[in-house]
Design a protein around this ligand. Structure first.
Ligand code: SAM
Length: 163
C-alpha cells in the first residue's frame, strides 16, 4: 500500500469512528474533548456532528486553519502534561466523548506517551464516556469496542468507560 493509500485510509477510519461515536453521544449532555488540534480537521468535523455540545481543545501550539481555531475559553493551550491537570478543575469525569490524536508518526514516542495518556484521559472522562484514539491505551475501567464496519482492526481505537 502506498503512503497515500495509507493516509487516506487513516483519515477514513478517523471519520468513521468519529461519526459512530457522535451518534452514541448526540443526546447525552456533557463536554466533548479534542486532544491535538493539528490543522483542525477533526475538530471541525466534531463541531459539525455535535453542534449542541461544548467542545474543548487541547493543543501545544495552534497552527490550525483560521476557520478551525477554537474560542479562547474552549482552548487549553500548552503541553497536555500541564493542561490536563488544569482542566481537571472544570472537566474532571465530565467528558462524554474524547478524541485524542496526538500522534506524530513516531511509534516509540506514541507508546511511551500511552502509559501516561490513558489514566490522564480517564481522569476527564464521564462514566459511560467514549474515547476515540489513534493508539492503544490500557485503562482498567475501559472496554475496547469493535471498530465500525469499514475500519481495519488496530487502525484506530474505540473505548468506553464503565457506567
Ligand atoms: C496529528 S496532529 C492532530 C491532527 C488533527 N486530528 C486534525 O484533524 O487536524 C497532532 C497535534 O497534537 C499536538 N500535540 C502533540 N503532542 C502534544 C502534547 N504533548 N501536548 C499538546 N499538544 C500536543 C501537535 O502539536 C499537533 O498539532
Amino acid at each position: 500500500m502506498s503512503r497515500l493509500d495509507s493516509f487516506i485510509r487513516r483519515m477514513q477510519a478517523q471519520r468513521d469512528c468519529l461519526n459512530w461515536a457522535a451518534a452514541q453521544v448526540r443526546t447525552v449532555r456533557g463536554p466533548v474533548l479534542e486532544v491535538g488540534l493539528g490543522n483542525g480537521r477533526t475538530y471541525d468535523h466534531l463541531r459539525y456532528l455535535l453542534p449542541d455540545h461544548d467542545i474543548y481543545v487541547f493543543e501545544r501550539e495552534v497552527h490550525a486553519h483560521p476557520d478551525c481555531v477554537p474560542p479562547d475559553d474552549h482552548l487549553f493551550l500548552g503541553d497536555v502534561h500541564e493542561t490536563f491537570p488544569r482542566a481537571a478543575a472544570a472537566l474532571a469525569h465530565r467528558a462524554v466523548l474524547i478524541h485524542s490524536d496526538l500522534g506524530t508518526g513516531d511509534h516509540a514516542a506514541n507508546m511511551a506517551l500511552g502509559g501516561w495518556l490513558g489514566p490522564a484521559l480517564d481522569s476527564l472522562l464521564a462514566p459511560g464516556g467514549y474515547v476515540i484514539v489513534n493508539q492503544p491505551l490500557d485503562v482498567p475501567r475501559w472496554t475496547r469496542l469493535p471498530e465500525p464496519d469499514r475500519v481495519r482492526r488496530d487502525r484506530y481505537f474505540i473505548y468506553r468507560a464503565a457506567e
